[in-house]
Design a protein around this ligand. Structure first.
Ligand code: F6P
Length: 557
């Protein structure tokens, strides 16, 4: 195993520390003094136009960050990932989500397996299946076409499909809608099914492991709901054979554990596989994307995958000083490790991206929320900042106050598109242009602020002047695309996947395992009998848990 380089021992780290000590951020002056600043820090990556110029860096910091990337060997680790080395060391797995979007004529053999052929074999089956569902050739047990697809999954088997489905609603086939059940809170399953017609509903059970408690419980509840509804309608007679036939017509699965899919009663012919080298949070471009594919169709899905691939190619081949995922990952290192940022806001000015921040939370925090490095030694600096956000302009009327005037440094990514899916006028005003005016205004306000003199010049009463000053120098990155196409959504996801990767390499951590979620899962199974009233199980719990469970038992109906 290659030992991770301790970033804090590198020369670049020392340089960055001294640059940080001398730093006097002054974006107003920097923009005045550096006429080339915008050009120097603006890049195009596939369809994405990325302006990094309002970040708290100059050429000196950027160069030192790039030297840091060199010293910790980001390029070597990147090549190891793309070529299928087992860089997920704690699970001894390759990390090959990038292979999911390789074109058919690409070549990649990993562990003796032709990965590209495997990927395209599943894609072809998915495309054929999606066409049947979309065209109405695939019918439910009573001969009716499918009108609602309900995805049952959680974490990576939910967040990606939901986010992309919502992002690409303008590309959706009118006759089919998708819903998503994730939470084991029974209200979720009830809300998503109670008004549906079982005869026209199809469930996709998506689980990489096919062992996840929430998903399997919801899948069983959905199966009960389906069979009960079909029996009520006289569509099945309750015999095992008719139930099996109904499940075969109304349930499909997505998993790496196809044996467990069969045990659940789903016909293996209706199962779409993927591989252990795809992490759950990196899986929306695998068979996990099936709801998206049914919604937008094979051509749209191909476009989606091509978007990822364009950014993969950029990340793998572009020179470091114009390599956008590398630069953005390094900027995050600068903010977290040198300027003390604890969180990072992602603010899409595109309503269709309203689940993007939720999606990124799993991608970034499940990947980089770690305290040990890939060789088991403790990390040597802070890792894993908190990602959060909401679409603009809603966020402006909620939490932007803190970003503008609070005491914390919160780097923020602003994302938008030039062309909306639904252009409309309000009188003479183009509403999207008005929306974009907010996008441009916010990053300018955050960067350049408003001085005391400017506030006074507006005739503000003296005692209110301090409250109305904006210090500025609040860093932002602006990302713009021509439109929110399937390709652009793929590009955005791949961009953040690689940003996350770069940060993980600098910190020396395995960004592809997630052991931190295991303890709570195990304890839930141990506590479950106590919650069901088993007093012997209850007394083995700690005092607080006993008291809380006791309160619950007394108060439930
Ligand atoms: O518990 C965390 C996790 O393992 C995530 O990494 C994963 O995306 C999610 O659970 C769901 O897992 P699965 O797809 O195996 O059901």
């Amino acid at each position: 195993m290659i030992t991770p380089v301790d970033p804090t021992t590198t020369q670049a780290w020392a340089t960055l520390t001294s640059l940080r000590d001398q730093l006097q951020p002054d974006l107003r002056a920097w923009f005045d003094e550096q006429p080339n600043r915008v050009a120097e820090f603006t890049f195009d990556i596939a369809d994405l136009h990325v302006d990094l110029s309002k970040n708290l860096v100059g050429t000196d910091v950027m160069e030192a960050l790039l030297r840091l990337a060199d010293e910790v060997d980001v390029a070597g680790r990147r090549e190891a990932m793309f070529s299928g080395e087992h860089i997920n060391v704690t699970e001894d797995r390759a990390v090959l989500h990038t292979a999911l979007r390789l074109p058919r004529d690409a070549e990649l053999e990993v562990d003796g397996q032709d990965v590209v052929a495997d990927v395209h074999e599943v894609l072809d089956r998915m495309y054929a299946f999606a066409e049947k569902v979309r065209s109405g050739e695939w019918v439910g047990v009573t001969g009716k076409r499918i009108e609602t697809v309900v995805n049952i999954g959680i974490g990576g088997s939910d967040l990606g499909p939901v986010m992309v489905y919502e992002a690409l609603l303008p590309y959706k086939l009118d006759s089919i809608k998708c819903r998503f059940i994730s939470n084991i809170d029974p209200s979720d399953c009830w809300e998503k099914t109670h008004d549906l017609d079982p005869e026209t509903t199809m469930f996709i059970v998506a689980s990489k492991t096919f062992t996840t408690l929430e998903t399997l419980t919801n899948a069983r509840m959905a199966r009960e709901w389906l069979l009960a509804g079909l029996a009520d309608a006289g569509a099945v007679d309750g015999s095992a054979e008719e139930d099996r036939d109904a499940v075969a017509k109304h349930f499909v699965a997505v998993s790496t554990a196809l044996d467990k899919v069969a045990d659940f009663g789903i016909d293996p012919d209706n199962a779409f596989g993927f591989w252990d080298w795809v992490g759950g949070r990196y899986s929306v471009d695998s068979a996990v994307g099936l709801p998206v594919l049914i919604s937008i169709g094979p051509d749209g899905f191909r476009d989606f995958l091509a978007g990822f691939h364009a950014v993969d190619t950029h990340f793998r081949t572009e020179d470091p000083d114009s390599n956008v995922p590398l630069l953005m990952g390094l900027l995050n290192i600068w903010y977290v490790n040198f300027l003390g940022a604890e969180s990072h806001a992602v603010l899409p000015y595109a309503q269709y991206l309203h689940r993007f921040a939720a999606y990124l939370q799993q991608l970034t925090m499940e990947s980089n929320g770690k305290s040990v490095r890939w060789d088991g030694t403790p990390v040597t600096c802070d890792t894993g900042e908190i990602f959060w956000g909401e679409p603009g302009t809603n966020g402006q009327h909620a939490f932007y106050q803190l970003i503008h005037q609070g005491t914390r440094l919160i780097p923020a990514d602003f994302i938008t598109v030039a062309n909306p899916a639904h252009p409309v006028q309000d009188g003479d005003a183009d509403v999207h242009a008005l929306f974009l005016a907010n996008f441009f205004a916010q990053t300018a306000a955050l960067a350049f602020g408003k001085t005391e003199d400017e506030v006074r010049a507006e005739g503000t009463a003296e005692q209110v002047v301090p409250a109305r000053v904006f210090k500025g120098n609040r860093p932002t990155t602006s990302i713009m695309a021509p439109a929110l196409t399937p390709s652009v959504v793929g590009q955005l996801i791949a961009l953040y996947e690689h940003i996350t990767f770069v940060q993980g390499v600098v910190w020396g951590i395995d960004s592809f395992d997630q052991w931190g979620v295991e303890l709570g899962k195990k304890l839930a199974m141990e506590i479950a009998p106590a919650v069901s009233g088993d007093t012997e199980a209850l007394v083995t719990q700690d005092g607080s848990t006993q008291s809380l469970v006791g309160w619950y038992l007394k108060n439930r109906n």
